[in-house]
Ligand binder design. Structure first.
Ligand SMILES: Cc1cc2nc3c(=O)[nH]c(=O)nc-3n(C[C@H](O)[C@H](O)[C@H](O)COP(=O)(O)O)c2cc1C
Length: 405
């Protein structure tokens, strides 16, 4: 929470049903030590009263572009005052307006006049969110560097279910905090591996594992948000490609090893989040194996250990490994930390334990125990996106402890 102390946040409220969450959001922002000014358009005042927001923020609430206030150029003053402009809820109409440079009220005008950080929290009916026009506007805004918090998926006020719910106030507070941690890895290169590898048995078959790549991709996104140049070496996954992340697609453990070694010399932080095969069939069959004998043996050879090889280099980067465990999580993680001589191990449960908690492989959630030689930290169950942000924060902290800026 300290990250928001004394920060100036301008909260823009547009006419979405989720505006009812704004008084609680304002209360939590004020509690976090933030100075909050609120600008709402006149339609938004149908959903939440300026009076309650004024009482909670302790500041006048701005509603008009042409007001009788002492400052004629209020839209410019407010835009310059804010360390962060958070628009929550951001309606489909507001996103369309800002994507196309429209400025017909105080909020849209000051957003256009802003030269700092903008964070939009969309909130709308799921079909409005999925509409190609809205998606096009969101893509356009993202290419201009505007950050988005949410939307979440679930039951909607209109009775439908799907993506479009505004994040809860506590989640929006976290998203605001994230806006003030970004930039900490400016000028640093972070190399991340993600996903499974595939080891050929014959031309038609391979041995692989259940890794979805979601954690590695979330880490790449979080490292990018923290200002790093990110190189992602990805095994075969079915995730959308990331923008502004150099992505190298590989299939086998050997190819992943090769790609990592090619880039490691320019790397400040290496995060090994991929589930790399420990063994591969020694000699994949040249032709498809026929179903004949009742038993076949496939001889397996140990693959090269990517993390260990990176950690063993002279002038090695800060090294973070992942440990996916089905038993003895702490003991195995500490063993890995010691034998591979890395800086940090992020350990998570997979298998039955993870399934009962809806975490681990292919889940959108995770819970991670982070071990270093000095201490361990539990990152409690939340979305992989948030776990990734928290882990990048921890890595950043430890990286600078070891390499003072
Ligand atoms: C009861 C009600 C709830 C609404 N909720 C939403 C919403 O959650 N998100 C949205 O994009 N539009 C919503 N709308 C439509 C907007 O209010 C409408 O598009 C309006 O023009 C948006 O204005 P603004 O973007 O200037 O605030 C709602 C309308 C009504 C009548």
């Amino acid at each position: 929470m300290e990250k928001l102390t004394h920060k100036k946040i301008l909260l823009g409220i547009t006419a979405g049903i989720a505006a009812y969450k704004c008084p609680e959001l304002v209360r939590q922002l004020v509690k976090a030590g933030t100075e909050v000014k609120i600008v709402m358009n006149q339609s938004a005042a149908q959903f939440v009263t300026p009076l309650s927001l004024q009482a909670l923020s302790g500041q006048p609430v701005y509603t008009h572009l042409f007001s009788s206030n002492e400052h004629a150029m209020e839209h410019i003053d407010l835009a310059r005052w804010a360390d962060l402009i958070l628009v929550a809820p951001a309606t489909a109409n507001f996103l369309a307006q800002h994507a196309h440079g429209l400025a017909d009220d105080l909020l849209t005008t000051l957003c256009l006049a802003a030269n700092g950080k903008l964070l939009f929290a969309p909130s709308m009916n799921q079909q409005m969110w999925k509409n190609a026009a809205t998606q096009g506007n969101v893509s356009l805004l993202k290419t201009r560097g505007i950050q988005f918090a949410g939307p979440a998926e679930g039951e909607q006020a209109c009775g439908e279910t799907g993506p479009g719910r505004m994040l809860e106030p506590a989640e929006l507070i976290q998203a605001c905090e994230q806006m003030f941690t970004s930039g900490q890895l400016e000028g640093k290169t972070v190399l991340i591996t993600a996903g499974p590898t595939q080891e050929a048995i014959d031309p038609a078959r391979f041995i692989s594992n259940k890794s979805s790549g979601k954690m590695g991709y979330a880490l790449a996104e979080a490292a990018k948000s923290a200002g790093a140049k990110v190189i992602l070496i990805s095994g075969p996954v079915s995730l959308a490609p990331l923008t502004d992340v150099t992505t190298i697609q590989v299939d086998t453990a050997a190819n992943m090893h090769h790609a990592v070694m090619k880039h490691v010399a320019i790397t400040d932080i290496f995060i090994s989040a991929a589930a790399v095969a420990d063994y591969r069939p020694t000699t994949p069959a040249r032709e498809k194996i026929k179903k004949s004998t009742s038993l076949i043996n496939i001889e397996m050879t140990k693959t090269k250990d990517i993390l260990q090889d990176v950690a063993a280099r002279l002038n090695r980067p800060f090294c973070v490994g992942f440990a996916a465990e089905t038993e003895n999580l702490e003991q195995n993680a500490l063993e890995k930390l010691r034998t591979k001589a890395v800086d940090m191990i992020a350990a998570n449960w997979v298998g039955e334990v993870a399934q009962t908690q809806n975490t681990g492989f292919d889940s959108d959630n995770n819970s991670i125990h982070v071990f270093t030689t000095e201490n361990n930290t539990l990152l409690r169950k939340t979305s992989k996106t948030k776990i990734a942000q928290q882990l990048i924060e921890l890595i950043t902290e430890k990286y600078y402890e070891k390499n003072p800026a």
